[in-house]
Design a protein. Sequence first.
Length: 240
Amino acid sequence: MAFSGKVVIDNMSFRVQPGEFMCIVGPSGCGKTTLLRLLAGLTQPSSGLVMDGGKVIASPSLERAIVFQDYGRALLPWRTVSQNIALSLEAVGIPKQMRQQGIDALLATTGLTQAAEKFPNQLSGGMQQRVQIARCLAQRPRLLLMDEPFGALDAITRQHLQDEVTRLAARAGTTVIFITHDLEEAIYLGDRVIVLGANPGRILEEVEVTIPRPRNQLETREDPLFLQLRHRLHGLLEGH
Ligand SMILES: Nc1ncnc2c1ncn2[C@@H]1O[C@H](COP(=O)(O)OP(=O)(O)OP(=O)(O)O)[C@@H](O)[C@H]1O
Ligand SMILES: [Mg+2]
């Protein structure tokens, strides 16, 4: 991928299996958001192919939901929290009377029940981000693309949502591609972690996370394998 002749992602090739939880880590500016936009079909590569199930991804699709890094621009300011979540249900054609139940469940999951009738500008950054996540989950995508989705959240909310997203994705068989700066988050969530280097963005290593599921916020993070992986990823990023 190049912008005005400047290559930002070079010689990158990887596969994600259906139902897999793939995490991508790498330094700022290495092309993570650009990669996600390519996977979503929002941008076309300068050369090479991005494919979904054997078909070239030529444009965005409701089957691929994307949680943007910049939550401030992802919500419609004139719609309430509930109405913002309903947006994706309207888009996939779910009748109004059937929408409410799904919305209520997602409001509860994301801790937004009390905020249902508020407007985005009445919410904190973390709450706005949770609305965006709820809207993407409501869409029941086949592929969920997340760009540092939990960056604006406090530690407890973050851990809660890590577990909820994992649970909901596993239950629905959703494939997740999850970008984060946080190595521990990547190991905790991922079946695999792709470590990117910068200038130009490229794959340094693909690491398999064989820690069994279900994982647990306390025990998994104390697992010797978890610590070993954390050292390995840290070393890879430090070395570049
Ligand atoms: N539309 C664009 N036009 C020109 N350059 C761009 C464009 N989008 C991204 N870039 C450049 O591509 C590179 C990668 O940007 P990108 O936003 O993908 O990085 P990132 O890994 O997501 O960074 P961060 O961790 O800070 O979010 C940067 O050098 C950026 O300036
Ligand atoms: Mg980014």
